[in-house]
Write a protein that binds this ligand. Sequence first.
Ligand code: 5GP
Ligand code: ZN
Length: 110
Amino acid sequence: MSDCIFCKIANGAFNTEFVYENDKVAVFKDINPVAPVHLLVVPKIHVESLRELDDKELMGELLSAVNISCKKLNITDYRTVINTGKGAGQEVFHLHIHVISGRPLNWPPG
Ligand code: 5GP
Ligand code: ZN
């Protein structure tokens, strides 16, 4: 397994509790939540960012995991964010979709 923290988490290295998982993706809580609900949806294989993802089936799996996780948690209103590249705020270079909910979310974001 690589040195990537999300590769490790998603593949069970730390016995992290998953909100949802299947053979392709895992969903777990962000360690530093910006809202009462803050999930991370990640592929189990290492993909550095959305730029490197060209697998349409995996793209679908990731969005499907967002949907399933929110239904499981009875969340109807939420924001999904993918930071791609340092300049956009990406700090962990393993693709992840943030799912944020549980407080008023302004738009446009500040
Ligand atoms: P980025 O800025 O790359 O879009 O978001 C990275 C996110 O990963 C941040 O919200 C940060 O709190 C979260 N994060 C970083 N390290 C860990 C970790 O070890 N475990 C979990 N659950 N979240 C992490
Ligand atoms: Zn990785």
